[in-house]
Design a protein around this ligand. Structure first.
Ligand SMILES: [Fe+2]
Ligand SMILES: [Fe+2]
Length: 139
């Protein structure tokens, strides 16, 4: 694992975080009816988490000598709430996998503090996935 390849992976994580901030902001605006309030509260809380992840990754990439991504990853816009939440769940689960993979790579590179922080971020995303699974039981 080269440092360049590791930075490339972190930049993919960063683009995904930026995309998630935009996706959750968009979906919050599209949340109506009975579940709308609960969805909007969840999105508001998670936007804060994802923005924190994006800011951390930006600082780390610069510290490692890379150029941080500024283009968000694109996303689908399903109309139905169930489809929307299923998309979010899949993307949160992908984020968990990516952070666990990149935490292993950080360990291989001797970046132990970063390994631990990436594991913590994987746990944050797993928490988001858990919340989405709970909401999906209600739709
Ligand atoms: Fe995140
Ligand atoms: Fe998340």
């Amino acid at each position: 694992m080269s440092k360049e390849k590791f930075i490339k992976g972190l930049n993919e994580d960063l683009a995904a975080e930026l995309g998630t901030v935009i996706r959750y902001n968009y979906q919050s605006g599209k949340s109506f009816r009975l579940m709308g309030k609960e969805l909007r509260d969840m999105f508001a809380a998670e936007i804060t988490d994802e923005m924190g992840h994006a800011r951390f990754l930006t600082d780390v990439i610069i510290d490692l000598g890379g150029e941080p991504a500024t283009t968000p990853k694109d996303f689908d816009k399903p109309e139905k709430i169930k489809d929307m939440l299923e998309l979010d769940l899949k993307m949160e689960e992908d984020d968990v996998k990516n952070y666990l993979q990149h935490s292993k790579e950080a360990e291989d590179l001797g970046l132990i503090d970063l390994k631990m922080k990436l594991e913590e971020m994987a746990a944050d995303e797993a928490g988001h996935a858990r919340e989405l699974r709970r909401l999906l039981k209600g739709v």
